[in-house]
Design a protein around this ligand. Structure first.
Ligand SMILES: C[S@@+](CC[C@H](N)C(=O)[O-])C[C@H]1O[C@@H](n2cnc3c(N)ncnc32)[C@H](O)[C@@H]1O
Length: 443
């Protein structure tokens, strides 16, 4: 199979079979052992097409007499991939994009499909001047959604919350490719040493501004080439996620519960910061995900991580008062991290936002029972949705006068934030949307 065909197969798996893009892409890269140039072309084809999906579908809706939902998923994936090369990439000749798409339709579909794909793509090139996105005055929601590739219901929500200008900044942020961020495994090396090593390898890198353990790698290096990930000197973790363990602030000899822990990004960070005498229990409701926590702990050489198959909604009954510190990194709408996992942005729907707060409240309530008197409870999410953040904490505090809020920024200063909560907003802070609250139980 050539690179385009592999990209097509990946898109089909993601769009038709609901595969996770990061897993599908990573598997394909490992299986096919691409040369550097091919790897870049492959990832650009898959991620680029996924990122622009609504714009590509909007073009399809203008030139096709058939409804998008009625198109064969194979045919749809080939057309989307072809359109992305025509409208989203400057270096691919349009004729090559059409010819290769037609070949794929013949190979993976049939002659009728090949004829349809050919007509669609050549039509799109001929009629390209007609594809004019509505301007802001005409329809700001459609304008922002099509320009920056977001679902309209989300754009509408953001306009209500932040106004049109901040919404445009937010959409712009989510439409950029995130730089790769590493967390240094400080049990094995220091940030300075790792930066020097990366420089020696000719990989441009810079320290993160807020996280003391973060390193940004510019220039999109292949993660399979990074020796520091293979030998456990670092792990991939975005900067806002790295702030959480510092705010939990685990200490030697303590018992820490991380209630919603998989795949263990924060569990392993807590175990590193607490040192070998501190024990961190990483709990999750899904057994298969516990293996990911174990894998990451082993990769980083951590011997103080234990896993716990446990529903966070009932954990308090079993482990009341057992932990010095408890982290609830709750399942959330993930609206703050839409720049990553681009496929997820098309899968979000308003009902997620309605059902999640009840679950978050139940988990926080039960997990809080695990905190010993005088212990610490930290609640975090990767969203900017107040219903999942400050309102959850406010409701919790109302029902639990034995807890009071502490100013999270005392444990890690975040420029422009006075606390007590940390609420990162992409349009203001230039980082993914994230929420962290720290609370203390009466002694
Ligand atoms: C935001 S993710 C956690 C990310 C993790 N803390 C990290 O840093 O790698 C939320 C996790 O909560 C788990 N989860 C969902 N519902 C749960 C429940 N009722 N009890 C425990 N874990 C749950 C999910 O399986 C998922 O792994």
């Amino acid at each position: 199979m050539n690179v385009r065909e592999i990209a097509f197969q990946s898109l089909l798996t993601i769009c038709r079979d609901e595969g996770y893009s990061n897993i599908v892409v990573s598997k394909a890269i490992q299986t096919h052992q691409f040369a550097d140039r091919d790897r870049r072309f492959y990832t650009e084809l898959v991620y680029g097409t996924l990122r622009c999906l609504n714009y590509l579908d909007w073009i399809i809706s203008q030139i096709s007499t058939r409804k998008l939902q009625k198109l064969d998923p194979v045919c749809l994936a080939i057309i989307r991939l072809g359109l992305y090369q025509i409208f989203g990439m400057t270096k691919v000749p349009k004729s090559a994009a059409c010819n290769e798409a037609v070949k794929m339709a013949t190979k993976f579909g049939n002659r009728g499909m090949a004829k349809f794909v050919n007509a669609m793509l050549r039509n799109s090139i001929r009629r390209r001047s007609q594809f004019v996105i509505p301007d802001k005055g005409e329809n700001i929601v459609a304008h922002l959604a099509l320009t920056y590739h977001q679902q309209e219901w989300l754009v509408r929500r953001w306009i209500e919350a932040y106004g049109p200008d901040d919404t445009e900044r937010l959409c712009q942020y989510f439409d950029t490719i995130p730089p790769l961020c590493l967390r240094v495994n400080t049990a094995q090396t220091s940030r300075e040493e790792l930066l020097a090593d990366l420089e020696k390898q000719g990989l441009p890198a810079r320290p993160a501004a807020i996280s003391p353990d973060g390193i940004y790698l510019d220039g999109n290096p292949g993660i399979h080439e990074l020796t520091c990930l293979r030998d456990g000197r670092a792990i991939i973790q975005d900067e806002p996620s790295q702030l959480v363990a510092h705010i939990v602030d685990p200490q030697p000899h303590e018992v820490i519960f991380d209630v919603c822990a998989a795949p263990g990004g924060k569990t392993t960070h807590l175990a590193t910061l607490g040192g070998p005498s501190c024990v961190v229990y990483g709990g999750d409701i899904h057994e298969h995900k516990l293996r990911l926590i174990e894998y990451n702990a082993q990769k980083l050489g951590l011997k103080n991580v234990r896993t716990l198959l446990q529903n966070g909604c009932t954990i308090g009954q079993k482990y009341a008062g057992k932990a010095d510190r408890v982290l609830v990194d709750a399942p959330c709408s993930g609206l703050g991290v839409l720049r990553h996992k681009i496929d997820l942005r098309w899968r979000k729907n308003p009902s997620d936002l309605r059902t999640l707060p009840a679950l978050q409240r139940r988990i926080l309530d039960s997990a809080s029972q695990c905190v010993r008197p005088g212990g610490i409870l930290v609640y975090s999410t990767c969203t900017m949705n107040d219903d999942e953040n400050s309102r959850i904490v406010a409701a919790f505090l109302k029902n639990h006068p034995e807890f009071h809020v502490e100013n999270a920024t005392q444990w890690l200063p975040v420029p422009g934030h006075e606390g007590p909560f940390i609420q990162l907003l992409p349009q203001r802070d230039g980082l993914d949307g994230f929420f962290i609250a720290r609370m203390k139980k009466e002694g």
